[in-house]
Design a binder for this molecule. Structure first.
Ligand SMILES: Nc1ncnc2c1ncn2[C@@H]1O[C@H](COP(=O)(O)OP(=O)(O)OP(=O)(O)O)[C@@H](O)[C@H]1O
Length: 210
């Protein structure tokens, strides 16, 4: 069964048709890169999958269930969404981690400081940053912290929206390798970075729809 299905989706903004009869099936464990020029509808696709945007026609299904008021929470709890410009708050980094892992949806996760530090080291984040303040982090450090949190959330589905665009080549490669190596996870990747172009990554090109 597909994890996420879009059936005959139509999305209009004023007179602009972003999707007109678009369908897509994402299987469990599939790794899919979504490509398309600016304005093609890449982020709109993620918003539909998360139930943040209702299509004007057609339906979005998560594990075969149509997204609606009573099913959307289960779907969202199964997905980790990471974007280019995530707001990760204004306070201390460690307080932000505490806050995320105290949410009801995440309480079952047993995340200790060493789990966090392992990922800090893996993605070349200085361990001292954990005690620091979020406004003092660079853009690339904030980005990597959002990535570390998404990994610790250990969700079955990852929606990654340009997560490597502000990082250097070495980090881009490390992060792509890490995610693409996750067995059994379903990945949807919006990225212009070549590091995600691998043989087992399926490509959906939104520019070829019209
Ligand atoms: N809330 C909105 N109101 C009006 N138009 C919108 C809205 N959201 C998106 N659009 C329009 O829909 C189109 C698709 O937007 P979307 O953000 O999905 O594009 P994208 O492919 O992610 O682009 P980019 O690569 O520039 O981020 C764009 O033309 C955008 O202006």
């Amino acid at each position: 069964m597909s994890v996420i299905s879009l059936r005959d989706i139509e999305v209009r903004f004023n007179s602009k048709h972003v999707f007109d009869g678009f369908s897509l099936d994402i299987g469990q464990g599939e790794k899919v890169r979504i490509k398309g020029k600016s304005g093609a509808g890449k982020t709109t696709l993620f918003k539909l999958m998360l139930g943040f945007l209702q299509p004007d026609a057609g339906e979005v299904l998560y594990e075969g269930q149509k997204l609606n008021g009573s099913t959307v929470w289960r779907a969202r709890k199964s997905m980790a969404y990471v974007s280019q410009d995530m707001s990760i708050g204004e306070g201390l980094v460690k307080d932000f981690f505490d806050e995320i892992f105290s949410y009801e949806a995440n309480k079952h996760l047993q995340v200790d400081r060493e789990d966090i530090m392992k990922l800090f080291r893996k993605f070349s984040l200085n361990e001292e940053l954990y005690e620091g303040r979020i406004p003092e982090l660079s853009g690339g450090e904030k980005q990597r912290i959002a990535i570390v949190i998404s990994i610790l959330l250990d969700r079955p589905v990852y929606l990654l929206d340009e997560i490597t665009s502000s990082l250097d080549e070495v980090l881009k490669e490390k992060i792509a390798q890490y995610f693409l190596g996750l067995k059994g996870k379903t990945l949807l990747i919006i990225s212009h970075d070549r590091v995600w172009e691998k043989n087992d990554v399926k490509l959906i090109d939104l520019d070829n729809l019209r």
